[in-house]
Design a protein around this ligand. Sequence first.
Ligand SMILES: [Zn+2]
Length: 267
Amino acid sequence: MLFFEISLVLFFAFFLSILASFFNVVIYRTSRDETFSKGRSKCDHCHKMIAWYDNIPLSSFLLLKGKCRHCHKKIAKIYFLTELFAFFSGIFLYSAYVYLPFLQNLPISQLAIYFLIFFILCFTLLSDLQYLIVPDFFVVLLSILAVSLQFISGQSWFLPIIAVIFSTTFFYSLSFLAKKMLKKDALGFGDIKLMIPLSFLLSWPKVTLSIFLAFIIGGFFAMLVLITGRKKIGQVLPFAPFLILAVLISFGFGDAIWQWYFGLILN
Ligand SMILES: [Zn+2]
């Protein structure tokens, strides 16, 4: 029984590392304007095709000691690290499910979708930090998951749709104004697109909190990098990480923050 359970955990964790490996391909190929479904992966240096047995998450990197089989140049560690992160998040998730009874009370389909959303958001964040892009593939995947969640919960579609209309109108007007005033793109379309599924998930009124928090956190961080001299005014900062962080905070603590805030102004 124990053997069965350990195999199950390892299988689940390994499945997540395969997913991580696939998401890395999505990020890498989107950054080069290639379609991610096309052809096998190639080595960054010698451009030789990577055989399937050299492309197994985690184990191939370890067996090849982080080097290409043909040219012996180093393979970027980020692939291995994200696969490792995925593997341990699988083990963590499984243990959390076994030891936390309140998780077992939630429908497993909803739990799976919530986790997948979190997982995709981690890779969206990584993509924006690495290449300043938000792959459309992730936005589409998040949208499908958000809509599925709405179907399962059986709640009204009215507030989530209001939230999407609000956030897209807000960000479009903002990018329009910024373009008029600064004469260049200040807000990426990727960020606006990303906010569509996220606003839908947060629904109204939590979406307003998330936008507010994104600007607070982003502004604070921008000040920090300006003061420390890591960036100059006018240089592009990734915005999706702040959006994602703000959305996660709003999702987890939105109700508590809301109550605290209204308690403050009503007293
Ligand atoms: Zn090579």
